[in-house]
Design a protein around this ligand. Structure first.
Ligand code: LLP
Length: 448
């Protein structure tokens, strides 16, 4: 595996020019120089084409971009402009989508523990539907409706179909032992349908399931679709959503189904299970992953004789938690010479204060890699920035969209002031309850 980086890992408009690799006709090394590193770079043309392909495969009202994969106002607007619905999974994601100008009737709300404020905001904004996850959530919706201030909520019911898939235990969701949804196996799903159908607070339009994420085998996605479709057909609802989960290629040699193949497989599976309506989906990763890459600058190269080489860059687990969390694999290349073979084996690490801060273990890198080089990790557009943190008080990177020779900053880099913006010098607030109980515990402790 010392060959050059595979074009299938790069954004669609990637090309080699005199200044090395360009994306959107902008040299990556120039982006690093102008906007600093670490930097998330998205190929806007690629993002738009992926949205268009998904809409073409499933239909305008049948595909919601799962914004948890990567959300900012520019991304919300782009997905909306390309005809996608937006799936949000919290009040925060809902707020960003609404502030971006996405109409509420193009937004669907998810979450296994939505609080009353999130539900109130979604219902009063009249989101397209809420995917209801539990009986406790139904209680909350009914309480809110009983105030007389809100219309009935349009809902789909999240089902745990007993089929789980996905690249890692943490991202498999659809099994019977799951925090998400009403179980098919124990009859909860049937009870939930009856309760929702009878409630004046809810308009039950459909059922929903999501079996897991980074699924490369369409057969698994089809199995999940079949299980929930059978239940949807029996329940007499009019909408069926089979979630997201379509995997992407992170390393050379993998392959992933296309949107068109995914559509055929889940539709066939749903038909086979007795469902004759549309099938809706919620792709996240497969829209944004390959469109994005991360640029780092190499800071140190350390050879430990007889052990290994460490290459440290100026980001790490604060901008890409996936290797630490899911043992996810990535590749790396030098934008200045994208066709270089990569015979050097090294552990590519970040700058955080722990040994688990590994971006790529046993990375294949060009032999002439040097300190100060700009290094890129491709296919980092999904769940990278979305899960970024300020660990070790690193400012979160900027995000730029590139297209037709232009770059626009859609999320600016954090500053030192941003790192301090939540700290306060607030005066202490008197909170103790002077019941004497504290003294009792103290007295007991001193007698031990
Ligand atoms: N719909 C629902 C209800 C979901 O829970 C998810 C993802 C999606 C759609 C989108 O799935 P996708 O098409 O992106 O696979 N942080 C993890 C992924 C967690 C996915 C959670 N739910 C990772 O970095 O792999």
């Amino acid at each position: 595996m010392s060959s050059a980086i595979e074009p299938e890992l790069l954004p669609l408009t990637a090309e080699e020019g005199p200044a090395g690799l360009t994306v959107g006709a902008v040299p990556l090394t120039e982006l690093a120089r102008r906007f600093g590193t670490p930097l998330f770079v998205y190929d806007e043309e690629h993002l738009r084409r992926r949205c268009q392909e998904a809409v073409a495969a499933f239909g305008r009202d049948n595909v919601a971009y799962a914004s948890k994969a990567f959300l900012c106002t520019a991304m919300a607007r782009l997905a909306h402009e390309e005809g996608m619905l937006l799936d949000v999974a919290s009040g925060g994601e809902l707020a960003v989508a609404l502030r971006a100008g996405v109409p509420a009737d193009r937004i669907v709300l998810h979450g296994n523990n939505k609080d009353e404020a999130e539900l109130r905001r979604a219902i009063s904004a009249r989101v397209r539907h809420i995917v209801v996850d539990s009986f406790d959530e139904m209680d909350r919706i009914e309480r809110l409706h009983a105030t007389g201030e809100l219309p009935p909520a349009q809902i789909q019911l999240r089902i745990a179909p007993g089929v789980a898939a996905g690249a890692h235990e943490s991202i498999r969701t659809g099994g019977s032992d799951s925090k998400f949804g009403f179980g098919l196996a124990d009859g909860s799903a049937t009870t939930a349908v009856r309760r929702a159908a009878a409630s004046p607070a809810m308009v039950l339009e459909g059922v929903h399931a999501h079996v897991g994420s980074q699924v490369l085998d369409a057969t698994e996605l089809a199995a999940g679709a079949a299980a929930v479709a059978r239940f949807a057909a029996q329940s007499g609802v009019c909408r069926l959503t089979v979630g997201g989960g379509l995997g992407v290629v992170y390393e050379a040699g993998q392959s992933a189904p296309t949107f068109a193949e995914w559509a055929v497989r889940v539709r066939d599976a749903a038909r086979g299970a007795g469902w004759d309506g549309d099938v809706a989906v919620e792709p996240g990763r497969s829209i944004v992953a390959r469109a994005g890459l991360t640029l780092y600058r190499v800071g140190t190269i350390k050879h430990i004789h007889g052990v290994r080489t460490y290459v440290s860059v100026d980001g790490g687990m604060s901008d890409n938690l996936r290797p630490a969390l899911y043992a996810s694999r990535y590749e790396a290349f030098l934008p200045r010479s994208p066709r270089s073979p990569r015979p050097l084996r090294a552990r590519l690490v970040g700058k955080h204060c722990e040994s688990g801060d590994v971006i790529i273990d046993n990375a294949a890198l060009p032999a002439d890699l040097q300190v100060s080089d700009v290094l890129a990790t491709p296919v980092t557009g999904a769940y990278g920035y979305a899960m970024a943190s300020n660990y070790n008080k690193l400012p979160r990177p900027a995000v730029v969209f590139v297209r037709d020779g232009h770059a626009r900053v859609v999320v600016r880099r954090e500053t030192e002031d941003d790192l301090l913006r939540l700290d306060t010098d607030a005066a202490p607030v008197e909170m103790s309850v002077r019941s004497g109980a504290g003294e009792l515990v103290a007295a007991r402790q001193s007698s031990v």
